[in-house]
Design a protein around this ligand. Structure first.
Ligand code: ZN
Length: 44
């Protein structure tokens, strides 16, 4: 299991589930990912 990406995020703009990891913050337990379809960035 990949640490820091517990659930599959869903893009709020286009509904895509395909993301690539932009930044990983292990201290806060958060990962910034970018939607593969519309390039929107979200933090999960
Ligand atoms: Zn998107």
């Amino acid at each position: 299991m990949v640490k820091g990406l517990r659930a599959c995020p869903i893009c709020p703009d286009c509904g895509s589930k395909k993301f690539r990891i932009i930044e990983r913050n292990d201290d806060a337990g958060k990962v910034t990912v970018e939607c593969a379809s519309c390039a929107r960035r979200i933090t999960v």
